[in-house]
Design a protein around this ligand. Structure first.
Ligand code: F6P
Length: 546
């Protein structure tokens, strides 16, 4: 069994932490002029600078020893070779197979999964091209230019994030919409703005049993039938799912269904048929480039030494903060408007994967697992939560992401953006001493009394960590690399914590209780047992809704 008290490497890290914890990064930089390039890795056009972290060689070696102790290399091989590493659901975890551009066989239960993956990719290619070229039209013969993805969680966040990230590549006449929330507003605000004759609905649901998606899909189906009649459904609805039976029951012709499989987790599924809207928006070639970028990261993850491995290093640094510094949060801040939804996507990826408290050996953990992740696009968030990052009592490690070249090089926008991201990392790391604050105030002509009054407010503790990820441009390939990097980082952390990153039982209890409350709200049932707060809230809302 793995528990922190049983682990030699863990104890070693605890010991290192005792003497290292107060080390200041700026002293480490002062002592080693090459630190910036030393703690830096590059994969093709992606540079991963991790030098602004509270680490040195001793820390990194001990973290790598922890990875060895946890048999990380073997666990990576297990994933890539189709072992059923999702032990609670007895499933293989093969999002890497979806972008296995080498097409090497990967076996699950003795069967190579690649032929079926390739077959569906071919179908995605044909269908997305047919829609884009107007060969597949709506019921009245008009080109389908409004593409509506109906899905939630992994069946929404990935396609949504990726289509927004690749907006520059959209076909000019195509508009993408996303309906996810059960809140009627989500449906209404889309349906009010589109024309049924030119709309394609993509019902995306791995299980095809998710109440939000099915309810939204039914509403959209009714809206379409009211406008064009029942026969129109076949030309305006497709399904992306693993569940053919439920798709048929819903009334979508299986010929209009694009399959994926239970070895693809919902939050790892944008590379599968779930990515249909991406392919329609940006074209299949670009979709394929995204797969190729992810594949490049997969090969790096599978082949590079642990010490040179970007997802591994990024994961281990996260472990260092989470389990030794007790910093249970981190922020992802892309400095690119196209990546504004990346943090929301990563929240599901990271928090649904590693928000677990039971080990693979069926024991409660005796250490912290998945951190809280939040973020938003820079520079916007500099004007919201960055105050806390700089001067608050919580230390929040940050991942900064910046493309060197923008798709929209207008005047000096991009240099200003780049200057800002680099300045934030520098400021967080260096801080500002009281003496520096005093000197600055003196220079600005403040009186002695004023300086005395302001000097503490103007001080920054510094020593606040960040990684900086530089990409050449946000294109399909680099997006693929970036997302795959985070996927693998999450897996590495799951391996270190000895948890299953691929189930999500935690989302079920709330769903079940909602099913109990619904009939009460609708007046179809009474008197179910609730705590007094919930009972009071039900009654209060019922009164208002009368
Ligand atoms: O939130 C739980 C969850 O099962 C996610 O893991 C998944 O991405 C989402 O619901 C949607 O599920 P489905 O694709 O089956 O509709």
């Amino acid at each position: 069994m793995f528990g922190k008290t049983k682990s030699k490497a863990w104890k070693q890290l605890e010991n290192i932490y005792k003497h290292f914890q107060n080390t200041q990064m700026k002293d480490l930089f002062a002592a080693d002029a090459k630190r910036g390039s030393k703690y830096c890795l590059q994969l093709e056009n992606m540079l991963f600078d991790y030098s602004k972290n509270r680490i040195n060689d001793e820390v990194m070696q001990a973290l790598l020893a922890l990875a060895e102790e946890r048999q990380l290399k073997e666990k990576i091989v297990a994933m890539f070779s189709g072992k059923k590493i999702n032990v609670t659901e007895n499933r293989a975890v093969l999002h890497i197979a979806l972008r296995n551009r080498q097409n090497t066989p990967i076996y699950v239960d003795g069967r190579d999964v690649m032929p079926q993956i390739n077959e569906v990719l071919e179908r995605i290619k044909d269908f997305s091209e047919d829609v884009r070229n107007g060969r597949f039209t709506g019921y009245t013969g008009k080109k389908l230019t409004n593409i509506v993805n109906i899905g939630i969680g992994g069946s929404d966040l990935g396609p949504f994030m990726a289509t927004q990230a690749l907006r520059h590549y959209w076909a000019k006449d195509i508009k993408c919409y996303f309906i996810s929330n059960i809140d009627g507003t989500s449906c209404a605000e889309v349906l009010n703005n589109i024309d049924p004759e030119t709309t394609l609905f993509i019902v995306a649901s791995k299980t095809f049993t998710t109440i939000e998606t099915l309810t939204n899909a039914k509403t959209c189906r009714k809206w379409l039938i009211d406008a064009l009649g029942e026969h129109a459904v076949a030309k305006h609805f497709i399904a992306l799912s693993t569940n053919k039976e439920e798709v048929e029951k819903f009334g979508i012709n299986p010929d209009n269904m694009f399959a994926f499989w239970d070895f693809v987790g919902g939050r790892y599924s944008m590379w599968s048929a779930i990515g249909m809207i991406i392919a329609i928006a940006v074209g299949y070639k670009n979709f394929e480039r995204m797969l190729e970028g992810a594949n490049a990261m997969d090969r790096h993850f599978a082949e590079a030494d642990l010490a040179q491995n970007i997802p591994v290093i990024s994961a281990l640094i996260g472990i260092w903060y989470n389990n030794f510094y007790n910093i249970h949060r981190y922020a992802v801040v892309p400095y690119d408007q196209y990546l504004q939804y990346l943090p929301a996507y990563l929240q599901q990826l990271d928090m649904e994967s590693n928000g677990k408290a039971v080990t693979m050996d069926n024991k409660f953990v005796d250490y912290a697992t998945g951190p809280v992740l939040f973020g938003g696009a820079g520079t916007n968030v500099q004007h919201s939560f960055f105050q806390l990052l700089h001067q608050g009592t919580e230390v929040v490690p940050v991942d900064f992401i910046i493309p060197a070249i923008s798709h929209n090089e207008i005047g000096s926008h991009q240099p200003i953006l780049i200057a800002n991201v680099l300045a934030q990392g520098e400021a967080l790391m260096q801080g500002k001493t009281e003496q520096e604050a005093i000197t600055e105030l003196q220079k600005s002509g403040k009186s002695k009394a004023e300086i005395e009054r302001l000097k503490k407010y103007k001080t920054f503790s510094g020593n606040r960590p960040s990684n900086t990820i530089v990409l050449k441009k946000i294109d399909p390939y680099s997006l693929g690399m970036l997302v795959a990097m985070y996927e693998h980082k999450v897996y590495v952390q799951g391996v270190i914590w000895n948890i299953n990153s691929f189930d999500q039982f935690g989302v079920e209890l709330g769903k079940k209780l909602a099913n109990n409350i619904l009939p009460e709200l609708e007046g179809r049932a009474f008197g179910a047992e609730h705590d007094s707060s919930t009972a009071n809230l039900i009654n209060h809302i019922k009164k208002i809704r009368k």
